[in-house]
Design a protein. Structure first.
Length: 184
């Protein structure tokens, strides 16, 4: 695996409402590493919101922009340092994105919560999520993606835990992963 010995990169994945952005921000702060929310990166690159991208250009265009943004972040001319990146809920489901993550030696961390809790969080934070739809669509997508999410390197249960506690758990896991790799 092409692993950059001097840089550590962590990618948070999980379904909508998993807490990827807030945990990622807290984790970046704890580690002193830059944090990138991929949806925000896409919005800046494309000059429009994720909701507008879906509505005006369609999901395939959004997925292309998502892959390009991820690849650039991890392998582009400014890539190379430590970083924490939060993927949108569908990012890890795209095989191409998983191959980019694997080639870049990124540690993937799945944030888990039961579906009812994920739905509650999405309703509570009020963000427009083009694929959150109604409850049935939400449940169908969750079921479709479940197995693929299981391919993450590590998993963290987020239920009833404050953001800082989750970030702290991940920080410890990263240290343990780095130690294990050093022994390989
Ligand atoms: C998506 C999740 C969203 C965003 C886009 C598509 C998905 O991100 O990337 O609306 O396919 O699940 P969040 O997981 O941050 O809501």
């Amino acid at each position: 695996m092409a692993r950059n010995a001097s840089a550590r990169r962590v990618c948070l994945i999980g379904f909508m409402g998993a807490g990827k952005t807030s945990v990622g921000r807290a984790l970046g702060r704890r580690l002193g590493w830059p944090f990138h929310d991929l949806d925000e990166v896409i919005e800046n690159r494309q000059g429009k919101s994720v909701a507008a991208l879906f509505a005006e250009d369609g999901e395939p265009a959004f997925r292309r922009a998502e892959s390009a943004a991820l690849e650039d972040l991890l392998t582009g001319k400014n890539a190379g340092g430590n970083l924490v990146v939060a993927l949108g809920g569908g990012g890890f489901v795209q095989p191409y994105n998983r191959s980019v993550l694997a080639k870049s030696g990124v540690i993937t961390v799945l944030l888990e919560a039961p579906i009812d809790e994920l739905r509650r969080r999405c309703v509570r934070d009020g963000r427009t999520r083009p694929l959150a739809g109604d409850e049935a669509q939400f449940a169908r997508l969750f079921a479709e993606r479940h197995t693929t999410y299981g391919l993450a390197r590590v998993r963290v249960d987020t239920m009833n835990k404050p953001v800082e506690q989750i970030a702290g758990e991940i920080e410890h896991m990263i240290a343990a992963t780095a130690e294990a790799e050093a022994k390989e």
